[in-house]
Design a protein around this ligand. Structure first.
Ligand code: PLP
Length: 455
């Protein structure tokens, strides 16, 4: 099928009724043809600046020649092999070594293909670990409201967003959700960030006590919540949470699928946010999105228990056909080389003030309740005033995102938060371009929201 120059109407007619493009029909069908740096081009030749790095993944932009060459060379050499029965191959070993060197305290790496599979693996590791320690009842997992951890049965259960649960009878049992660390929405009147953080840690402790500490295996958290709306934890949050986890011998899983590899200005988000994980999930920027690959890294203590138990519980019977695909590992290994060579975390820190200034320019707009940011992650949360909610959540955010597309800017509305996650290679000039239409689009959306009765 030749899509070039097709009309939107024709493209919609061609799409299978269950593809995402149709599920998201409200935004219209849009066929993307090629990428270049921070830009993508559609089938009519129109250029868009990509403020979301695709789905939070293309940290190196859309046409990194080095990654493409590495992928081709690996396909020529060994297009497929696996990591079962003691077999391995160079890119898998090289990449694991690089991950271990970058992730402090981690000693083993397990590969999968997606972030959801990484988090499924995490939960099985936590259960297996407690079985190996003779604690078969210590299996419950605590996640957070608005956390995002994937869409497979267990990872969707970990996810704390209603639309991932509704109509699927999720979450499954043994998974509980504690409060979102969002000061703007969750704090009591006059409560400081520190006080709020301490209260959330107390609430977590109360949940643990109520469920029974001997039944809780792990706590899972994104250092900065992504799909929930880029929610940067308040001051002192992980500093208050960590002692609670340690007190009850609860594993701490960092879901670094978005925050990993420089996004927050450190190699991993947990380093910037003072979280001390026992294990880490990574995906997306692991290959800059160029190949489906994810990984779980675990610390030495977990590795020791998992590898050296009495044998009664059997082997860790888990692994995916495409987990650690040679092309994915080769691309991942090359992506990490580029991140290191170009010192991407330092680049993100250097451009962060410029990004923050742009976001903060809009914080007093009548439609903006809160502007928040860390590294190259940001959000403008739209409200009808103060921290009130719109009577029809999501409509105003979606309208703003659609207006921006008309101006050649791709951003995403997470509910009524306009979220930002541009490629980490973006320049100041390109950031200026990304932000250029935002003021006018906010004004137009305000006008529309008034006319439609959202305000
Ligand atoms: N964890 C986080 C933090 C994510 O943002 C995502 C995807 O957006 C996932 C897990 C799931 O990854 P995947 O879509 O590759 O299954």
């Amino acid at each position: 099928v030749q899509l070039t120059n097709m009309q939107t109407r024709d493209v919609e007619a061609l799409l299978h009724p269950y593809t995402n493009a149709v599920t998201h029909r409200a935004q219209g069908a849009h066929v993307i043809e090629r990428g270049e740096g921070v830009y993508i081009y559609d089938n009519t030749g129109k250029r868009f600046i990509e403020g979301m790095a695709g789905l939070w993944c293309c940290g190196l932009g859309f046409n990194n020649a080095e990654l493409v060459e590495v992928a081709k060379a690996q396909l020529d050499k060994l297009p497929y092999y696996h990591l079962f029965a003691g077999r391995s191959f160079e890119p898998a070993i090289e990449l694991a070594e690089k991950i271990k060197d970058l992730a402090p305290g981690m000693s083993r790496v397990f590969y999968q293909s997606s972030g959801s599979e990484a988090n499924e693996t995490q939960i099985k590791l936590a259960w297996y670990y407690n079985n190996a320690l003779g604690r078969p009842d210590k299996k419950k997992i605590i996640s957070r409201v608005k956390g995002y951890h994937g869409v497979s049965i267990v990872s969707a259960s970990l996810t704390g967003l209603p639309y991932n649960h509704k109509s699927f009878d999720l979450p499954v049992d043994r998974i509980h959700h504690t409060a979102t660390p969002h000061h703007f929405r969750g704090a009591h009147a006059g409560e400081t960030e520190l006080e709020f953080s301490k209260r959330l840690a107390t609430e977590l402790e109360q949940m643990i006590e109520a469920e029974g500490p001997d039944t809780i295996a792990a706590f899972i958290a994104e250092p900065v919540m992504g799909a929930g709306g880029v929610i940067v934890p308040p001051e002192g949050y992980f500093e208050a949470i960590m002692p609670v986890l340690n007190r009850y011998d609860i594993l701490c899983i960092a879901d670094e699928v978005i925050c990993g590899f420089g996004r927050t200005g450190e190699w991993f988000g947990h380093q910037r946010l003072n979280m001390q994980p026992t294990s880490i999930s990574m995906a997306k920027q692991l290959t800059s999105g160029y190949a489906p690959l994810s990984a779980v890294a675990i610390n030495a203590e977990m590795a020791d228990v998992i590898e050296n138990h009495s044998g009664e519980i059997g082997i860790f019977g888990h692994g995916f056909t495409y987990g650690g695909h040679p092309m994915g590992c080769a691309v991942g290994s090359a992506a990490l080389d580029i991140y290191m060579r170009e010192d991407i975390p330092a680049k993100v820190r250097a451009i962060e003030p410029h990004f923050r200034n742009h976001l903060m320019t809009h914080k007093d707009h009548p439609l903006v309740g809160e502007a928040r940011q860390i590294g190259l992650l940001g959000a403008l949360e739209l409200t009808p005033g103060g921290n009130a909610m719109f009577s029809q959540p999501g409509k105003v955010g979606a309208h703003l995102a659609t207006r921006l597309v008309e101006h050649g800017v791709i951003l995403r509305a997470a509910g009524d938060s306009l979220v930002f996650c541009p490629p980490m290679t973006i320049t100041e000039g390109e950031l200026d371009e990304l932000f250029a239409p935002i003021g006018a689009c906010l004004d137009a959306t305000l006008h529309w929201a008034r006319a439609e009765g959202h305000l």
